[in-house]
Design a protein around this ligand. Sequence first.
Ligand SMILES: CCCCCCCC/C=C\CCCCCCCC(=O)N[C@@H](Cc1ccccc1)C(=O)O
Ligand code: ZN
Ligand code: ZN
Length: 533
Amino acid sequence: RALLWEAGGGGRAAGGDIRLGSAPRLALEPLGGKREALEALGGKREALEALGGKREALEALGGKREALEALGGKREARACARLRAAVRVPTVSREGPGAADEVALLRFGRLLREEFPAVFESELVTHDLVANFSHLLTVRGADGGRTPYMLTAHLDVVPAPDYGWDVPPFSGEIHQGYIYGRGTIDDKHSLMAILEALELLLQRGFVPQRTFYIGIGHDEEIGGDKGARNIAKVLESRGVKLDFLLDEGMVILDGVVPGLQIPVAVVGVSEKGSLMLRLRVRTETGHSSMPAKESCIGILSAAITRLESNPLPQQFGSGPERALFEYLSPQFNFPMRVVTSNLWLFGPIFSWVLGQKPTTNALIRTTTAVTEFHAGVKPNVVAPLAEATVNYRIHPAQSVSEVLRLTEEIIADDRVELEVLSSMEPLPISPFDESATGYWTISKSITDTFPDIVSAPGLCIANTDTRHYQKLTSALYRFTPVWNKLEDIPRYHGVNERISLQNYKQTIHFYFNLMQNADQEEPLIKHFHTEDL
Ligand SMILES: CCCCCCCC/C=C\CCCCCCCC(=O)N[C@@H](Cc1ccccc1)C(=O)O
Ligand SMILES: [Zn+2]
Ligand SMILES: [Zn+2]
């Protein structure tokens, strides 16, 4: 069983295509009969629970060997079934008032309570419902003298139109060893894996030494102002201080960092800031047969062209991206090893190389993304108004005001009005030196789960709920152990979001390891091992 789950890298599929979709009789034949099929899966109830129903069970099982390979065992089968059930609840966050699907959010809360009875019924665990749909779990530790820590995740997802998906985005279908669906890597995988790990540990009688919190926000995808912000307020009102907090953010990168031959787990120790800017040009409207020399559309387009052709200056070396390459230096191939060991000399050329690809460019500068453009009312009317939105993600070495000043300089046209829709300064760099217990607990848990990869501190290029928790701790980390190859990066907020069955199991292992490592004073020793899972 272990061999089957461990075959291949984290991002590779375990098992073959287990979608059959053919008649029940055809599905039963390779299994040798209904009774054998059910026996193989540990019983009718488990099989049905794992696969979500009789018809689905039969459709999904391409054969006895494939079924066992894909499911790895009863416990894994149930965990996968629970993640699939979570994906099927469309907890979509949309921009604008009244945009939350309250029915789905409530349904999701019920699903958590039903699927994790040991967690929700444990005497060690207190559950607070926050802002109606978010959840705060307090897991009481035996040693009240130790500073607690916190794990966070979010239950909402971005919208997913059916178009472009190989399987429906809210089906949770298994296809070629992957669970597909919105939320499988952002961020239901981590939420469900945290609860799986806790459920298992509690079932085994685990009593944590130190208290820890699990915060589950319901509106991260639209800023977290109701969920995470209020969870943080509840904790602040209780006088809680945290040793560290771990949220989503960075991931395992396999073949993404140029010149690095082994996969790296990047733990986000800082997070870029953000500025949403509305650009607006107003001009006289009128009959399109007598247009003025310049239209608001032309003026705004020219301004946008100037912004896109003048990227903000690179900042390589002044943020946590430098630490990433210094940490990884011994792992690079020649000549990259020489380059990254001598950044004092090769910094400028290396920065130019990083600037050539969107993923690595995001590390070294404030990025400029023109995300919206609206103008015009009718084909034969001179447009009175043109508007565009620009989203900057601000490098830690810059500030909101500096980005605004540079924008005005680049546009250099008073007819273009600027309105700040929202802004956020980059987050401070969390400690990752030898005394940073949170960083090393995460790092050790990565190594325990993935012995063959390295971990390193880095910059999180997107925003997370962590900013809401800044009053509770200055040790904010952003990482979930999703295994990404370069071609997987567009799956975030894109189409065909998926996680391999093997990678989901590893995600559970990671939190299982972390919950034990977090209790340990040096040296870190675990009582339960993932081999027992
Ligand atoms: C050499 C290293 C290369 C680095 C490559 C980086 C590859 C990154 C891979 C995966 C990124 C995963 C990001 C997962 C977290 C996404 C969180 C998110 O989407 N947040 C939203 C939050 C938000 C903020 C403001 C308003 C609404 C929502 C976001 O940032 O837009
Ligand atoms: Zn997310
Ligand atoms: Zn997201």
